[in-house]
Design a protein around this ligand. Structure first.
Ligand SMILES: NC(=O)c1ccc[n+]([C@@H]2O[C@H](COP(=O)([O-])OP(=O)(O)OC[C@H]3O[C@@H](n4cnc5c(N)ncnc54)[C@H](OP(=O)(O)O)[C@@H]3O)[C@@H](O)[C@H]2O)c1
Length: 426
């Protein structure tokens, strides 16, 4: 890593600062890009936030740091940052609104980019650049934050050894979770916009909460009600697993399924009326109100350090089994895909924002130290950028995040009944 420099776009944002701190702690040279490079990095907010038990994104004190003016709407400023970077970590969201110009510039400048996107619209539109990225041998790592990187890797781990994968179900839960402004915009945009689900190998539009299921999560969540939402895993997982059905769920309040479905339908009304959350300035005030009022999305003042999360990924598939042939005694022959298998991986930890920064830095270091990415370019999912086992083992070594993962026993051996799609409340 001696001569390399990692660029951080959005260095003055919540995650951007945590990424800069993680790079700084490891002695990696970095260069920041921010709309306002003069924005104080060390401020009195440090003391305040510590008092409140909040994670401080402001405790950055770096004699070597350099921050350039960079605005997504000013392409020259993005190219200036890219020219000084061996890899760019893009922490500027919402990505559906601000992400694509950075991808285009990075491909032109032939610099790899990682983002933390969780918005289907952005990930879908990125796919159009896959051929260009492959030809150039440039890695565009989509969705390298906690929310998607861990579920994408968990799906890869749960599916390993299966000869056929039929369904993947992802459920996420967080306790004491508060969000940054860009996360609230991204989440609202995702719920507001048109969401897609993957079923039987096809993508079809779906409303938030059109499916509601119970998932058996660990402490402190227990068996929880989870509602479908438009997660990006239905795009990232099929890039590396041949799987016809991928569904994403998020833990929701314990209301009746009918109430949850009504809430989901109401959330889709503005989109049906053709109103976009990004483009209608007139709606800015009610939008802000809605964002702050939404308990699900959290409100001010910002992400909390102790937030605990769990991501559970259930994979349904088939394993290859050996069956005796009718011939000589003792002969075995392979009967592919003849035994059904159900596997779950649960990933738990603390501090989704801090852990996202660590994931970005660890994966960036690994990509840069693995030499030229010839033949490895493309629009990639997290588990295509790095092996899932490697990432999980690196995260387990970190002190602050209480990170852990486990492959649970098949559902049939668990105390709770298997969550099967047939039991979904439709
Ligand atoms: N998937 C995950 O697990 C995960 C985890 C964490 C974050 N995220 C996503 O990452 C994104 C950033 O999150 P965050 O917590 O860092 O949000 P944040 O604190 O609100 O920061 C957003 C940053 O974007 C910058 N920005 C906004 N418009 C810009 C423009 N036109 N040009 C350049 N910079 C611009 C802001 O600049 P100023 O500083 O000048 O305001 C700020 O630095 C969000 O979309 C969030 O959803 C995902």
């Amino acid at each position: 890593m001696g001569d390399t420099t990692i660029g951080v776009l959005g260095a003055t944002g919540f995650t951007g600062r945590l990424v800069c701190q993680a790079l700084e702690r490891r002695g990696i040279r970095w260069i920041g890009g921010a709309r306002n490079p003069a924005r104080p990095i060390l401020s009195s907010e440090v003391a305040d936030s510590r008092q409140e038990g909040m994670r401080s994104p402001h405790a950055l004190c770096n004699s070597r740091s350099e921050i350039l003016a960079a605005d997504v709407h000013d392409s020259a400023s993005i190219f200036r940052l890219l020219r000084r970077s061996d890899l760019l970590i893009n922490c500027v969201g919402p990505y559906a609104e601000l992400g694509l110009p950075v991808v285009k510039a990075a491909l032109e400048a032939r610099v790899p980019v990682f983002d933390l996107s969780g918005e289907q619209e952005y990930v879908r539109r990125c796919a159009a650049f896959d051929a260009q990225a492959r030809r150039a041998g440039i890695v565009i790592g989509n969705s390298m934050g906690v929310e998607v990187a861990l579920s994408d890797c968990a799906a890869a781990l749960a599916a390993s050894g299966l000869c056929q994968v039929d369904e993947v179900h992802v459920a996420g839960a967080a306790k004491d979770f508060r969000t940054s402004p860009a996360t609230r915009s991204s989440a609202l945009g995702a719920i507001w916009g048109e969401g897609f689900t993957r079923e039987g190998g096809c993508y079809r539009p779906a409303a938030v909460a059109h499916r509601i299921r119970q998932f058996a999560l660990g402490t402190p969540f227990g068996t929880s009600l989870c509602a479908w939402y438009p997660g990006v895993e239905c795009y990232t997982i099929p890039r590396h697993l041949s799987v016809p059905t991928v569904a994403t769920y998020i833990r929701v309040p314990d209301w009746s399924p009918a109430m949850l479905k009504l809430a989901g339908r109401l959330a889709a009304v503005p989109h049906r009326l053709g109103v976009s959350p990004h483009s209608v300035g007139l709606l800015a005030a009610p939008l802000r109100l809605a964002r702050n009022a939404a308990g699900l999305l959290g409100g001010a003042p910002g992400p909390s350090r102790p937030a605990r999360f769990e991501i559970r990924v259930d994979v349904l598939g088939r394993t290859e089994v050996q069956l005796p042939t009718a011939g000589r005694r003792g002969d075995q022959t392979s009967q592919p895909c003849s035994s059904s298998a159900q596997r779950s991986v649960s990933v738990t930890g603390l501090d989704p924002y801090g852990l996202s920064a660590e994931i970005l830095v660890l994966t960036a270091m690994r990509l840069l130290s693995s030499g030229p990415a010839v033949g490895r370019g493309g629009i990639l999912s997290p588990s295509q950028v790095v092996p899932a086992e490697w990432l999980f083992s690196q995260l387990e070594l970190l002190d602050d995040y209480d990170f852990g993962w486990r492959l649970t026993a098949p559902w049939s051996q668990e105390s709770s009944p298997p969550p099967s799609p047939a039991s979904s409340a439709r």
